[in-house]
Design a protein around this ligand. Structure first.
Ligand SMILES: [Zn+2]
Length: 131
């Protein structure tokens, strides 16, 4: 999706949110869970490139349910930002990883099934990591 031009079928708000979703999920921030829950918790997101750290509170997956202390979040009125999206992406990825691991654990006894499944599917599964 282009950064400079809004797709015609998309509202300005959705487009701006989508840009942050894509951008945030592609970042390599350092993530620290400083709350008590695994998912709906408080996080510190640190950008190693400029040493900035922001506090992100994850309370849901819908825009407006979460909070970030960065200037973009304070002014964009979208209810999301790249830091929040980064945390959500990381959490989704972990959940997927867990599901994949559990499934592999169940199928682990059947070596033939594993061989038949092959490495191709692993690549495909990895591919939706940022999606
Ligand atoms: Zn932010």
């Amino acid at each position: 999706m282009s950064h400079g031009r809004k797709p015609p079928a998309m509202s300005l708000e959705t487009w701006q949110r989508e840009l942050r979703r894509q951008f945030g999920r592609a970042q390599r921030f350092a993530l620290t869970n400083v709350g008590t829950e695994a998912v709906f918790s408080d996080f510190e997101v640190r950008n190693p490139q400029n040493a900035s750290t922001y506090r992100v509170a994850i309370r849901g997956v819908q825009p407006g349910e979460n909070y970030c202390s960065c200037p973009d979040f304070a002014t964009n009125a979208l209810g999301t930002c790249k830091h929040g999206e980064f945390v959500l992406g990381r959490l989704e990825w972990q959940r997927k990883t867990e599901a994949i691991l559990q499934r592999d654990l169940c199928e682990g006894g059947d070596i033939q099934q594993r061989a038949a499944r092959g490495p191709q599917q692993h690549v495909e599964r990895g591919g939706d990591r940022w999606g």
